[in-house]
Write a protein that binds this ligand. Sequence first.
Ligand SMILES: Cc1cc2nc3c(=O)[nH]c(=O)nc-3n(C[C@H](O)[C@H](O)[C@H](O)COP(=O)(O)O)c2cc1C
Length: 360
Amino acid sequence: MDIAHSLYRAVKPALFLIHSDQTHSAFMTMGELCGSNPLTRAVVGGLYRYRGPDISKVVDGVKYETPVLLSAGFDPNGRMTRIMRSMSFGGEEIGSTTAYPCPGNPPPRQTRLPKNQSIIIYKGLRNHGVDRLIAKLKKTPHTPGYVIGVSIALTNYRKESCDTLEGAIADYVLSFKKLNEANIGDYYTLNISCPNAFDGAGEMFADPAKLAQLLPAIKTIPSSKPLYLKMPINLPMEQFDALLDIADKNGVHGVICGNLNKNYDELEYRDEAPLEWRGGLSGKPCFSRSTALVRHVRQKYGKRFTIIGTGGILSPEDAMEKFRAGADLVQMISGMIFYSPSLMKHICKKYSEERPSYRV
Ligand SMILES: Cc1cc2nc3c(=O)[nH]c(=O)nc-3n(C[C@H](O)[C@H](O)[C@H](O)COP(=O)(O)O)c2cc1C
């Protein structure tokens, strides 16, 4: 019997009475505190850490203790890196970070839709910016065996970064250059698919012609780390494929499928969300779209791209479906909230029993 799981199920109704913005912020403070002390790390590890057969994996030269990662957005400023390994994560994608600090959108920034097992995300890339992130990670003791990816997005509120294509490219390049020069992070992701940034700026490079200009500029910066693209999930297939072709030509190592769902009509309980669009949907409404895209990329490109599957993993079986569709690694956030923080441990256990992989 999993005590931690039962305990979470018992307190969840009370927890869900508190607004998601507040519970997230409390979790961050608690997580940072627990991560800073070996005793609390051990206690959390005792409850939530996977202990079983070796399920480690090397992907693009980076070794992951478990194939389950924390998806971008939960830890935009790199505060959770010392605790999440105790919760069975093999690593996390910090960020999205931006070249300049981003105030983000006004609250509410996260609204739970419990019936739909989804969260409306309206953060607008709120983060401290890449300089503070680098300083923070430099002074944080490294957790051995825990992989750090850094997701880079466009400083969406800044006129100079958004008004021209050159400004936008310079913005991404600046973050990428600073991270590489500081040698911070084991892999990098270009987030070209933030659906809730000011004026649509977060999706500027989902336009293939623009991505075709961004990637060569990124490639001028010396880097020894794998480079991934975080893909949108609501594009017409021709546009999605055009982005993949450009990624392929420019030596991108892999893709993350994918970001939040923009279509509220795909909610099972439409009445739970506002009539007007005001941010992307996480969780269940992402599952089938992102899994289909994982399968599509694997079928079309074979082993050319590393694929990270994210979106709507709410049970161990959901994670297995992503692996069977072709994912090398999976990422998640919402499942930790709706199922329980023991989900990662349960996924690792199931993975060790089934070792699911893509079959042609
Ligand atoms: C609170 C929150 C903030 C997010 N912010 C970002 C972000 O800054 N960059 C990004 O690429 N994705 C962001 N996302 C999207 C997640 O990385 C992920 O793609 C999405 O939530 C689907 O996974 P899930 O269903 O397991 O939550 C965010 C998601 C959540 C829940």
